[in-house]
Design a protein around this ligand. Structure first.
Ligand code: 5GP
Ligand code: ZN
Length: 113
């Protein structure tokens, strides 16, 4: 399958790994939008939030567990952070493998653009 994040997970495209376990991979975003910008993905290919079902949704909990671990390890858990999932064209999704942006290190504004 021609999927950028599947290739990153497989190590075919280099990435700066932040966290990995049996079901989740996390790496630094190539174009960071905050001092800390980490992408967390399930290792199995799920296209977007639209494809989450009762059969595959357990990995989403794993992603949030990973985010909490990463936040504590890097040290921004206390100050806070934002977890963002963009879905589809209007959501601003540019890579067709579901991913969660973990953003931290500055006071993030709301609402998003
Ligand atoms: P989206 O816009 O789909 O929500 O997020 C995709 C993210 O993947 C963007 O923040 C973009 O900077 C990041 N990205 C795209 N290509 C690469 C890459 O080859 N390596 C890494 N580390 N990040 C990438
Ligand atoms: Zn994929």
């Amino acid at each position: 399958m021609d999927c950028l994040f599947c290739k990153i997970i497989a190590g075919e495209i280099p990435s700066t790994k932040v966290f990995e376990d049996e079901s989740v991979y996390a790496f630094r975003d190539i174009e960071p939008q905050a001092p800390e910008h980490i992408i967390i993905v399930p290792k199995n290919h799920i296209k977007s939030a639209n494809e989450i079902t009762a059969e595959n949704s357990a990995v989403i909990a794993k992603i949030y567990e990973a985010a909490a671990k990463i936040a504590k390890e890097i040290g921004f858990a206390e100050n806070g952070y934002r977890i963002v999932n963009n879905c589809g064209v209007d959501g601003g999704q540019t890579v067709g493998h579901i991913h969660f942006h973990l953003l931290a290190g500055r006071n993030l504004q709301w609402p998003p653009g």
